[in-house]
Design a binder for this molecule. Structure first.
Ligand code: NAP
Length: 519
């Protein structure tokens, strides 16, 4: 058993007591323990604010970008070892592990690249300036400057590597120090990443702190210049938003929560076409990849009524190729869910869905690829709901596992948009069609309920990116159920960590202050 430590106030520390045991979810073998009991998280926040914040603010965007580049390289250099950790503690297949780890160093590299497009200074102009009076001399200019607090990052269990890196990339480039807390059950991967970043000494002291284990009283120490970015379940998000110190100091909060992501097949998509193949491939991949534990995974699948039988046949054929088991074995292509609690929740969620939908495919419960009776396995389960309603479980309950539900619709874009919007706000929906009027009704109808909409059409079917892939260039987040948060999106990702301030006065002075003109 490895005793995991936190990295606080510039040093490795371990809390008191036995803590939480992290296990291999395929074998239930204990791997590590994590505890933060008794650690002085208030002092760690002050250290990050005072030491890390001061160092980062003294650097230009380009210098911070160089730090991100070194972080990216350090993670990439240990990629194979990290993949093994994700397989062991996350229940990831090799391919799942790469998705997380490559996402981590890739996002850091993307923000390192972005730094070259930012001004060679420390202030970000925000839009064009405006003349305020009769004379062009009286001027106004919005600028963005780093907040003088700490960015507290609380992450979910499903992407220990990417979750740490994508949030840290934006905060550090913006000039804010980070205190990062991974989901405890799969924290071994984040811990190994933190270890290698500390060993490589690529960050200024205090720029990145790491809380490994329960959050303890961490959020009691936030103040008005701090920000909190949370990813996880919506009920946890609600409770963190309502925290005493968060409310008392009007702490800026970003929540990335549940999402009932959807896929919509257009009525024009022909049998045997590449576009139908793209649609079926996206749905099947999202059920299988990371054992369905992706916040962006497709949970609802809308199909024109007269195409249902054909789509079920194609999907069942794909799902039948899933070989569930211990992901350490090469022949396995879907691992367990991450914890026993997660398995219990997924099984209960399937039972809820079965109240309003019938199972059209369920993979075998036992396979030859894991020790009988051990591991948190849930077979891929596809359901069909023929009489959907806005308050049924399909449209109100996220089942965070290898589960999706088919719903027939009348083939109009308006109906598709209405049904998708019943999900109450989501991260991403994908629509597959070449029919422009259909796309216009469906995409523009469901757009207000989403952070991202992907459109699959024939001409890009061969090169389309999976809807579940979050890209650093595009925003990630969504309204309503999804938490109303927004992350990434290139330069937009820095907004959360910077204060926009309107400067008003003599144009010549403003241009020097905002970096538009040399001082
Ligand atoms: P969770 O139970 O809500 O936990 C998320 C994080 O919050 C963990 O680090 C957890 O720490 C921490 N936490 C729990 N209670 C806390 C408290 N009182 N104070 C401070 N921190 C607290 O979610 P999860 O089970 O890890 O993740 C699954 C959920 O995340 C799913 O619903 C999924 O949809 C959502 N998710 C959303 C996105 C997105 O980008 N929108 C991405 C990934 C996942 P411990 O682990 O120590 O309890």
């Amino acid at each position: 058993m490895i005793d995991l430590r936190s990295h606080l106030s510039g040093k490795w520390v371990r809390g008191a007591g036995a803590g939480t045991t992290l296990v291999n979810p395929a074998t239930e073998e204990p791997l590590a323990s994590a505890t933060t009991e008794g650690l002085d998280l208030g002092a760690a926040m002050r250290f990050a604010r005072d030491v890390g914040g001061a160092s980062l603010r003294a650097m230009t965007f380009r210098q911070r970008g160089a730090v991100l580049r070194e972080m990216s390289k350090a993670i990439h250099a240990r990629r194979d070892a990290l993949i093994d950790v994700a397989i062991e503690n996350g229940g990831n297949t090799r391919s799942d592990a790469k998705f997380d780890i490559d996402g981590a160093w890739g996002t850091l590299a993307a923000y390192a690249d972005l730094s070259a497009e930012l001004p060679d200074g420390k202030v970000l102009p925000d839009g064009d300036g405006v003349q305020l009076g009769r004379s062009p001399r009286l001027f106004g200019q919005h600028v963005r400057v780093p907040r003088h607090g700490v960015a507290v990052h609380v992450n979910a269990f499903n992407f220990p590597a990417w979750g740490l890196a994508e949030k840290a990339a934006c905060a550090l480039l913006a000039g804010m120090p980070v205190v990062s807390k991974p989901g405890t059950s799969t924290a071994l991967l984040a811990y190994r990443i933190m270890e290698l970043l500390v060993d490589a000494a690529v960050l200024p002291e205090g720029a990145l702190s790491f809380v490994c284990g329960g959050a303890g009283d961490l959020l009691d120490h936030v103040g008005g210049q701090d920000v909190l970015a949370f990813t996880g379940g919506s009920s946890t998000g609600r409770s963190l938003r309502g925290g005493k110190a968060v409310l008392a100091h009007s702490v800026r909060v970003n929540v990335e929560a549940d999402s009932l992501n959807a896929a919509v097949l257009g009525p024009d998509v022909e049998a045997g076409s590449d576009l139908l193949g793209l649609f079926v491939g996206d749905v099947a991949r999202d059920m299988q990849q990371k054992t369905g534990q992706k916040c962006t995974a497709i949970r609802r699948v809308y199909v024109p009524k007269d195409r249902l039988a054909e789509v079920i046949e194609l999907l069942v054929e794909r799902l039948a190729a899933i070989r569930m088991g211990d992901p350490a074995r090469e022949e396995v292509n879907m691992g367990p869910v991450a914890t026993s609690a997660q398995r219990r929740d997924v099984l209960a969620g399937i039972a809820m869905l079965e109240q309003v939908a019938r199972v059209v495919h369920r993979g075998p419960a036992e396979t030859a690829h894991h020790a009988a009776g051990k591991g948190y396995f849930v077979p891929a389960t596809l359901l069909l709901s023929e009489s959907p309603s806005g308050d049924d479980a399909v449209h109100t309950h996220e089942v965070f596992g290898p589960v999706a539900t088919l719903v027939p619709y009348d083939g109009t874009g308006e109906a598709a948009a209405r049904l998708v919007s019943w999900g109450g706000g989501g991260l991403v929906t994908s629509v597959y069609s070449d029919d422009r009027p259909f796309l216009s009704a469906a995409v523009l109808g469901l757009a207000p309920f989403h952070g991202r909409v992907t459109i699959g059409s024939s001409k890009i079917a061969q090169q389309a990116l999976p809807p579940g892939m979050v890209l650093p260039q595009l925003i990630h987040g969504g309204p309503g159920r999804a938490g109303s948060g927004e992350e990434l999106g290139g330069r937009r990702g820095l907004d959360f960590y910077t204060q926009r301030v309107a400067l008003q006065g003599d144009r010549a002075i403003l241009e020097v202050l905002s970096g538009a003109r040399a001082g």
